[in-house]
Design a protein around this ligand. Structure first.
Ligand SMILES: Cc1ncc(COP(=O)(O)O)c(C=O)c1O
Length: 452
């Protein structure tokens, strides 16, 4: 076994050990602690956690023969059958989808799906603004406009009530993102798409095994996209997948990802040519993914239990709000986000709060900011192609509409997120997270003063 659950057991300093009491008692009084421990680490105190969180990704020695076999086979490319086809079958079964197409990455899975759902130059796609930049770029690469609906601050996902006002005659699809592995409220989203006759493509790049009303993310729209990049719960360095229930759509996905060639080796005897690119997965990626399916199931259960445990503690702290999930749904927590209200922390700014938590040995970050102000979309709007495809009036209104994303602005300004690997830690480590937040709250006046 290498690097898997081998992280060094946390050796707590004597002073900190005295803090390893129940969460409730730890809330009571920093006065019960040594003066140095009680002080925030940023002000010279002892961090509540000494490091040694579970590392990611991790692997098992027993995987090695399978990987070496691929090396020795000389069959490293997708071709027919092999581990790529085996993984496609296994992943579809795991989700309860009819079909799966493995791709080179999550971005290329999005690219394939958008093409197959007929998103073309001059079209518009309604999308969540609260996502990794690849979601925006996949739409821009079709020479289509990513039109941002707003984010619901309570759920961090697309607010279904903000979709209808964004629909135009050019709307071709909606692209909800199950961010951090939290399912979007898909019923109203699907209802609006059906009513206006456009496609639903799930960005499930962070949502392996997440569930909405008894069904897995990846089976809730026309097509769905996954990422198996290194940081993901099912990692292969790079990798992705498209899932769906329609043979016709998945055959076309296969052709597009296979430089436009669909041959009889895949489905039936048909051979057709279409536009396309080489977005194929390699056998090395697939063999590594195949080793991890049971591990994903086990670790997902552990992350869920630990997220419930952590959330129950954090929500007791005034000014800390965990995410609300849609009814009857289960997240998988690619990150565990909370919203931070500085008013309950003596006005300590969110970014100062993050720094104080990091100093306490708790890794966390703000994650996404308002990326639509960064220049990417301005570059697109001012490009020759977009100016040809959209009227000046449309592009001006589009640019101005970024100001209306009030929910998203709020989420970007107040999010604090913990990495998924923290949720694989022991309970006593998780207790330190809430303890650190509590400690910072107790000393927030001094921290805010020190921050100026
Ligand atoms: C929400 C989301 N969409 C798309 C992607 C793109 O996936 P990849 O990095 O595999 O291309 C990612 C990857 O981080 C993601 O998190």
């Amino acid at each position: 076994m290498k690097n898997f659950f081998t992280r060094r057991k946390f050796v707590r300093k004597a002073a900190t050990t005295s803090v390893a009491m129940s969460w409730l008692s730890s809330r009571q009084a920093p006065t019960a602690l040594g003066a140095e421990t009680a002080k925030p680490a940023q002000l010279g105190g002892t961090p509540v956690h000494q490091g040694g969180w579970p590392s990611w990704p991790n692997w098992l020695e027993v995987w090695e023969p399978a990987v070496i076999n691929v090396l020795r086979s000389g069959k490293w490319f997708r071709g027919r059958g092999g581990h790529v086809a085996e993984f496609e079958t296994a992943y579809a079964k795991l989700l309860g989808a009819k079909r799966c197409l493995a791709t080179a990455s999550g971005t290329t899975a999005l690219q394939v799906s958008l093409h197959v759902m007929d998103v073309d130059a001059g079209d518009e796609v309604i999308v969540s603004p609260y996502t990794f930049i690849a979601t925006y770029n996949a739409i821009l690469n079709c020479k289509a406009l990513p039109v941002f609906a707003d984010t619901d601050p309570a759920t961090f996902t697309l607010d279904p009530t903000s979709i209808e006002s964004r629909i135009t005659e050019r709307t071709r699809a909606v692209l909800p993102v199950h961010i951090y592995g939290m399912p979007c409220d898909m019923d109203p989203i699907n209802g609006i798409a059906r009513q206006h006759d456009f496609a639903v493509i799930e960005d499930a790049c962070q949502a392996w095994l997440a569930e909405y009303k008894g069904r897995k993310c990846g089976t809730l729209g026309d097509l769905a996209c996954f990422s198996f990049q290194n940081s993901k719960h099912l990692p292969a360095g790079e990798g992705g997948a498209v899932t769906g229930d329609s043979d016709e759509l998945l055959d076309r996905c296969h052709a597009f990802h296979n430089v436009g060639v669909a041959t009889g080796n895949f489905r039936g005897e048909r051979q057709f040519f279409t536009r396309g690119c080489n977005y194929r997965m390699q056998q090395f990626q697939a063999v590594i993914l195949m080793q991890q399916i049971d591990k994903l199931v086990r670790e997902t259960a552990r992350r869920r239990e630990n997220a419930d445990y952590l959330g129950a503690q954090l929500k007791q702290i005034p000014g800390i709000q965990p995410a609300r999930l849609p009814e009857n749904s289960r997240a998988v927590w690619h990150l565990y986000p909370i919203r931070y209200d500085a008013e309950h922390f003596s006005g300590l700014a969110r970014d100062q709060f993050l720094q104080a938590l990091n100093a306490e040995g708790i890794p966390c970050s703000s994650v996404y900011h308002e990326q639509y102000f960064d220049g990417l979309l301005d570059e697109a709007i001012h490009s020759r192609g977009f100016k040809r495809l959209f009227s000046a009036q449309r592009l001006k209104a589009y640019r101005e509409s970024f100001q209306d994303l009030k929910g998203n602005r709020q989420v970007c300004a107040t999010t604090v997120a913990f990495g998924q690997n923290l949720l694989l830690a022991d309970r006593e480590d998780l207790d330190r997270i809430a303890e650190a937040v509590q400690k910072i709250q107790t000393h927030s006046g001094a921290l805010a003063k020190a921050a100026g």
